[in-house]
Design a protein around this ligand. Sequence first.
Ligand code: HEC
Length: 103
Amino acid sequence: MRLITTSLAALTLGLGLPLGTVHADDIQKGNNLHQDNCISCHADMVGGDGTDLYTRDNRIVGDYDHLVRQVNNCNAQLGTNWFDDEINAVVAYLNSEYYQFDE
Ligand code: HEC
């Protein structure tokens, strides 16, 4: 009986789904996509790794919807034809790292 109880406990723990990590995965994915595709132009504009563009005083993006539009615009210029989940991942990354808007 003791053995069964222990096994059940182990099973329950094993099935404990990592809720809350979906968002973190998104952010990591967005970070990678951003790293690979988005930095070169921005770095030419503001120097460094280009991320000063997101934190400069006169940044153009003013709210969450604008961030989504801007990521779509820049993605369109790139011609990568990202899927929505890739756009969303990069938006999630930029918002969590730099903009911190309410969604
Ligand atoms: C072809 C060059 C180019 C590439 C590649 C590019 N961008 Fe941009 N990005 C720009 C330019 C130019 C601006 C500034 C627009 C302005 O000032 O009106 C900008 C601005 C932005 C801003 C707004 C910064 C602010 O002021 O708040 C975001 C966010 C952004 N880009 C995201 C991205 C993402 C995400 C990618 C990768 C999918 C990307 N960009 C790739 C040229 C590029």
